[in-house]
Each structure stands twice: as structure tokens, then as C-alpha cells.
Write a protein that binds this ligand. Structure first.
Ligand code: EPZ
Length: 417
């Protein structure tokens, strides 16, 4: 298995170009199943999860051509409605093909995603909401067997809890339901807005009716289009934190700063110097990092996907900070590894009490999930000496060319087998 060797301590200096969003690309790739013809997507990040989703579409009969800067999906012969466990188990977003398959064929057999390091990842909210569109389903041996005997019928649905994936599944399914669907208490992450823009550019009829509500008029087919997915705001946030934690000086390019305003405000509050331009953020880290208490929340709150990275930064703050993880039940897997590097973090339920004034020491480390693994890279960049990070397949799921991008701004980092 490959690992990363990181030689710290290094101050990062230079420019990092942000790739396309993994979490916008996954629902948009699933939504291409609505097409009976050809859809072209640009700016997809070259990361493992996107490859897995393309393999899943391929297994359903989509014909995928990869060109240099785009992929062309042709669904003229796409007829299958079975999404197998061996593809869905490594990437929980596989459940997102359920909505489009039901919308297009009125039936689907999709593997339940199963749990992962950060939580059990249930899909009850997806299934409850789909049943309100007329879907009947049974769970048999780890698969959802779903049918819509009379096709999908529009309805009024209020989500009991804000769920990114359930919102995405329902917006896609309702796009082909008969009549009107009103969704409320939906997630409003930037990736969901990108999905809605994608669906509307294919000819779907979706209108915002409130901060967290949309009205969807079902259509019966979609047009061929080319669509560029948005930038990856979590990758951008990760590199902003990398600049702050290494007292570096980075220009983060190809982004829309207002989409990461929450993160920018927090980094300014703890002492980073930040300048914003149209499609870039320039950040200069500060030797003195002020402590701050953080709680993760649905957008526009502080993203759970940056919690581990922010924890590394707060280990270097002038005082203790408290981080509350309110989204996932087990998203502190990075704490044990950071403590092995000299951090003093105490977990109390869904709170992490983070002591400040820590200097990380290099160590041999184990990645456990995507965002935990990148937090170990950030800590290793500030540790004087050589750290080794194992199981970096977690990292490759969501960060495109991470060692190349870091090397280009002065990091001493290399991948070894
Ligand atoms: C999406 O996961 C993201 N993944 C996650 O990013 C992100 O952390 C999460 O949203 C929250 O922002 C993708 O977009 C591919 P949820 P998702 O449904 O859709 C519970 C990364 O690192 N829940 O908003 O699975 C769930 O267990 C990944 O890129 C139910 O109980 O998140 C969690 O506690 C990690 N029942 C909470 O809701 C359900 O049916 C939020 O989950 C669905 C979710």
C-alpha cells in the first residue's frame, strides 16, 4: 500500500489552483442518468471517488468517453437498474443513483452504502422521502429493491433532518415526477445549488421558493448539454488552513470566495491576513493564532468536512479551543493520531477540547478517512522531521494531485510504495 513521506517544517509559499468539486460532481454524475442521450461534463476532479462513480454508471450501461478536460456520457443504451455492493461499498454516494433510476425506469435495485469510519451513514431520510413520491421499497440482503408502480407522483415533502444526499436524491427524482413537488427543510450546500443549475440547464423545472425550499415541476426528458462543475470548496478550505498552520503565504485560485465566506471569516478571526479577489483568495499565516470555539453545521455553517483540518490549526492557537461535531457521530478518528504527534486533545462526547501552543513532532501515522488523512498531512508539514502517513488511498478519494500541489508551494513530500 502506498504511503506519503512528509518532511517538515515548511512554510508554504506560492499559488494553488483548486480542482473541480468532488461533492458536486458525484450527484451531477448520478443525475446524468436522467438523459437518454449525451451529456458532457467539464472540470471533474481526477480523484478515486469520481472514478468509482463513473465505473458505477458504466456498470449501469452508460458509455463514458474520457477526453483531456471533459468526459462525455452517452446513455443511448443505458438500461440497467442494478447498482452492486462492490461499487457502492467504497463510495457511499453510490446511493445517489437510486433517485434517477427510479425517475427514468420506475424501478431500481441499489446496494445500501454501509457504514464508514465517520459514521453508520443511514439512508432512511432518502427512502422515507422517496416513498412520498409513490416509491415502494424493501431492503433485502443489503439492497434497496425499489419500484414506482404508477411512476413518481409529485408531493409536498418536508425533510425531518437536513441531509445533503437525501436532498440531492429527491431533487433528481422529483425532476421527472408527474406534477409538482415541494421540498422543504432541504440542505443548501453550494454543491446542491450546482446540481440544481445542472438540472435546469438540462431543461428541468426547479424554482427556489425560500431559503431551504424548492418547487419542482416534473418533465419527461432532458436535453444534451455541456456543463462545468463548480470548484471544490473543501479543497480550497484545506489549503487556506495549510497556509495558516504553516505561517505560509498562498494564493488560492479558481474559486468563488463568497461561497467560503464562513471559513474566510473564521481564519481572519484567528489572525490570518486575507485578501479577496474575483476568483482567488490570498492568505498570509500569522505566527500568533488566536483560539476559537467551532461547531460544525449544515451550510452556511462551518463545514464538518473541514473540522479535522481546523483542529490541527487550533492545536497551534494561543489558548484552548473547543470543537463540537454536530453532523457525524464518529468524526474524531484523527484525534488519536494527532495526539501521537504531541497534540493534547480530549474527546468528551461530540466535543473535542483542543489544547493550544502545541508543536507537532513527526511520527508514523495511519489515515482513517478522507478528511482525517489530510489533517495528518497538515500536522506533518509543521513537524520538524520526517512523518510517514499510511493508507493514503483515503486521501486519493478526494484530493487531486495533493503532493504535486503541495510540492509546487515548497512542501517536501513524496509518495512511496
Ligand atoms: C455529504 O454526505 C458529503 N458527501 C459529506 O462529505 C459531508 O460531510 C456531508 O454531506 C455533510 O455535509 C458527499 O456530498 C458525497 P448528510 P451525506 O446526508 O449526504 C445523517 C467528504 O468528506 N443521515 O447531510 O452522506 C448522517 O448520518 C464527505 O467529502 C441520516 O440519519 O451527508 C449524518 O449524521 C464525508 N439519514 C447527517 O445526517 C439519512 O438518510 C448528515 O448527513 C441521511 C443522512
Amino acid at each position: 500500500m502506498q504511503k506519503l513521506e512528509v518532511f517538515g517544517a515548511k512554510k508554504l509559499k506560492g499559488q494553488i489552483n483548486i480542482s473541480g468539486s468532488k461533492n458536486a460532481s458525484l450527484p451531477i454524475l448520478a443525475a446524468t442518468l436522467l438523459s437518454k442521450n449525451q451529456i458532457t461534463l467539464r472540470n471533474l476532479p481526477k480523484v478515486k471517488d469520481i472514478e468509482t462513480m463513473m465505473n458505477l454508471l458504466d456498470s449501469l450501461g452508460s458509455n463514458i468517453k474520457k477526453a483531456k478536460d471533459k468526459i462525455i456520457i452517452n446513455n443511448s443504451y443505458q438500461k440497467k437498474t442494478f447498482a452492486s455492493y462492490n461499487l457502492v461499498k467504497t463510495m457511499r454516494a453510490g446511493i445517489l443513483v437510486l433517485g434517477p433510476l427510479l425517475a427514468k425506469f420506475g424501478n431500481a435495485k441499489v446496494s445500501l452504502p454501509g457504514g464508514c469510519a465517520i459514521g453508520t451513514r443511514p439512508v432512511d431520510i432518502h427512502l422515507d422521502a422517496l416513498s412520498k413520491l409513490g416509491v415502494k421499497y424493501k431492503i433485502i440482503q443489503g439492497y434497496v429493491h425499489a419500484t414506482a408502480p404508477k411512476g413518481l407522483i409529485g408531493n409536498k415533502i418536508r425533510f425531518s433532518k437536513i441531509s445533503v444526499g437525501a436532498t440531492e436524491n429527491l431533487i433528481i427524482a422529483a425532476s421527472f415526477a408527474k406534477g409538482s413537488t415541494y421540498l422543504s427543510n432541504i440542505a443548501i450546500e453550494a454543491e446542491i445549488k450546482d446540481l440544481i443549475n445542472f438540472l435546469k440547464s438540462m431543461g428541468c423545472n426547479i424554482k427556489w421558493t425560500g431559503k431551504r425550499s424548492v418547487k419542482i415541476e416534473g418533465v419527461s426528458e432532458v436535453e444534451d448539454i455541456t456543463y462545468p462543475v463548480m470548484f471544490d470548496r473543501i479543497e480550497a478550505g484545506t489549503y487556506l488552513i495549510a497556509a495558516a498552520v504553516t505561517e505560509g503565504n498562498l494564493k488560492i485560485k479558481n474559486i468563488i470566495p463568497k461561497i467560503i465566506q464562513t471559513e474566510i471569516n473564521i481564519l481572519k478571526k484567528i489572525g490570518a491576513k486575507i485578501n479577496i479577489k474575483k476568483d482567488e483568495v490570498h492568505i498570509v499565516g500569522n505566527k500568533k493564532i488566536k483560539s476559537i470555539n467551532i461547531k460544525t453545521a449544515p451550510y452556511p455553517g462551518f463545514p464538518t468536512d473541514l473540522q479535522a483540518q481546523m483542529m490541527v490549526l487550533l492545536c497551534k492557537a494561543n489558548k484552548q479551543s473547543v470543537i463540537k461535531e454536530d453532523i457525524f457521530e464518529n468524526r474524531f478518528m484523527h484525534v488519536a493520531e494527532l495526539n501521537r504527534m504531541g497534540a493534547q486533545i480530549l474527546i468528551k462526547g461530540n466535543k473535542a477540547i483542543v489544547q493550544g501552543n502545541i508543536n507537532f513532532a513527526p511520527a508514523e501515522l495511519m489515515a482513517t478517512d478522507l478528511r482525517a488523512s489530510v489533517s495528518l498531512v497538515l500536522a506533518a508539514l509543521t513537524a520538524k522531521g520526517k512523518s510517514v502517513i499510511n493508507r493514503i488511498y483515503h486521501l486519493d478519494r478526494g484530493y487531486e494531485n495533493i503532493e504535486k500541489k503541495l510540492k509546487r508551494v515548497g512542501a517536501k513530500i513524496r509518495r512511496v510504495n
